[in-house]
Design a protein. Structure first.
Length: 168
């Protein structure tokens, strides 16, 4: 078991704990995450624009009432005020929820994070006692298959992405 443990740890260190291959493995995941964050920022911007536009219309309507152009007793006016107020409030609430969700995405993974994680993990994977090694192996390798002359290690890129973020 110790020999297998050392083989797996050595392989992971060689293949995954060098910042260059680790960055290459994570590149597509990081790109998707960046794209998703960019879309989310665009959506939040659109919601804020919608709220600002409804608020501006609301102010123009009040100006029309104050200047006597609109009749305050008009049922259509009351309906329009309620509609604009609901649109503005909903857009503001949606923008706030989307902003909070964006903040909850966690730490941003940078090349510096990847390099620091790879360096630290590479050093600690060989420490006596094996506690860190076991934890790292569990984090990076979700499944292993052992055949007569072959060991297959499998894991997900998403899990791999979360590991440096947790260490940072």
């Amino acid at each position: 078991m110790e020999k297998l443990d050392n083989l797996v740890a050595g392989h992971l260190k060689e293949r995954l704990l060098d910042p260059k291959p680790l960055s290459e493995i994570l590149a597509s995941v990081l790109d998707c995450r960046r794209d998703r964050a960019e879309r989310r920022r665009g959506h939040i911007g659109e919601l804020n624009r919608r709220a600002a536009e409804a608020d501006a219309r609301f102010r123009r309507l009040y100006s029309a009432i104050e200047s006597g152009v609109a009749d305050l007793d008009d049922p259509a006016l009351k309906e329009r005020v309620a509609e604009l107020k609901a649109t503005r409030d909903q857009a503001q609430a949606d923008a706030q929820r989307a902003s909070q969700a964006a903040e909850g995405l966690g730490a941003t993974i940078t090349p510096a994070h990847v390099a620091a994680f790879a360096q630290e993990a590479g050093e600690r994977i060989r420490l006596p006692g094996g506690g860190y090694r076991r934890d790292l192996l569990r984090a990076l390798a979700q499944r292993g298959e052992v055949a007569e002359r072959k060991v297959r290690i499998m894991g997900s890129k998403g899990t791999l992405l979360r590991t440096p973020a947790q260490q940072a």
